[in-house]
Ligand binder design. Structure first.
Ligand code: ATP
Length: 313
């Protein structure tokens, strides 16, 4: 069609520029290359494409207080150990303030552990170059940062150099194409400052489409705290499961219903792994997870009831 061919031109032009500047950056970084074997351990050149092995070994961490260089602050993570085998999906759940977001920040090296290690395929993340880590890991964040640009560019941002066909395939996999189809300007719709023209669910689909484009070996999903309506939530969950298939995935979740199917669930409470197991095992253990499940079920029942009453007015 006319619109898609003009789209692909502008996309390719921009992507070529981005690819060139990336190549320049890589070339100038190359001289300072630390350990090429470390990069190879997680790089796509490796024969195994189905995901990385993630391990946290006795990790402790405290946010620096009063400008101290590192550590010293109150311990937020206290000897956390967990692992995900290649291709597994694990979930981190637990009470508010338990350390879930902090743990994610260590995975992407926004911070480094004070004690213990974060390992990818057995390599300490501190030994990896930021570029290698960035190439291997994709994050679906709580709040997606969108640019005041077209939808197609917002998705393509996931991987500079992607073709129009790849962008479309990623958008379809994220079930974003239906929403785009409803917009008068389609792919050329400008999302507005901070994506204000998109619904919460649509923004999440943009983030998922970006992650599909990245083809990450480790996927990290930080569940948004604000609940979407049940149908949208189900659709998003289905897209995330498709995205996680065949890769290693870590889900941080507030709603336990979204992580029931994970291979292993870790309950993080007060900075420690308090419980771990499958949904069935944790329910049978009748501990923190079981309590949280009962509470969330009661809450959901009440909300459904109130919505029904509201709807009949
Ligand atoms: P929630 O479910 O509410 O998102 P969480 O399990 O993700 O909580 P974290 O956000 O990791 O918990 O917080 C763990 C602890 O670390 C809390 O006591 C919190 O106040 C503290 N904390 C979080 N971020 C920072 C920060 N940037 N600086 C200092 N302390 C922080």
């Amino acid at each position: 069609s006319h619109s898609s061919s003009s789209n692909s031109e502008t996309l390719q032009q921009q992507q070529q520029q981005e690819a060139e500047s990336n190549a320049e950056r890589r070339a100038s970084n190359g001289a300072a290359s630390t350990s090429s074997t470390a990069a190879d351990a997680i790089g796509s050149s490796s024969s195994s494409r189905q995901g990385l092995r993630l391990e946290l070994r006795d990790v402790s961490f405290g946010y620096a207080e009063g400008g101290m260089a590192s550590g010293g602050g109150r311990q937020v993570l206290k000897g956390v150990s967990l692992s995900a085998e290649p291709g597994e999906s694990i979930a981190i759940v637990g009470p508010s303030g338990g350390g879930k977001s902090t743990l994610l920040r260590l995975l992407v090296r926004l911070y480094d552990a004070d004690g213990g290690q974060v390992l990818l395929n057995g390599v300490d993340v501190r030994e990896l170059q930021q570029d290698s880590l960035r190439a291997a890991v994709a994050v679906v964040p709580q709040d997606t940062v969108l640019f005041n640009d077209t939808i197609v560019h917002n998705v393509a941002y996931g991987r500079p150099g992607a073709t129009w066909g790849e962008v479309q395939a990623a958008a379809a996999a994220a079930q974003l194409d239906a929403a785009v189809g409803r917009m008068p300007l389609g792919w050329q719709t400008v999302v507005g400052e901070r994506g204000l023209k998109l619904s919460g669910g649509e923004k999440q689909r943009v983030a998922i489409a970006r992650a599909f484009l990245r083809r990450p070996r480790l996927l990290i999903c930080d569940e948004a705290t604000s609940a979407l309506d049940t149908a949208t939530e189900r659709g998003i969950q289905a897209s995330l499961r498709a995205l996680a298939a065949g890769r290693t995935a870590v889900f941080v979740a507030h709603r336990l219903s979204t992580v029931q199917g994970c291979d292993r669930i870790y309950v993080l409470a007060d900075g420690r792994v308090a419980e771990q197991g499958t949904h069935a095992q944790l329910m049978a253990a009748r501990g923190i997870y079981f309590e949280m499940w009962q509470m969330q079920r009661a809450q959901q029942a009440l909300e459904d009831h109130l919505q029904q009453e509201g709807g009949s007015d």
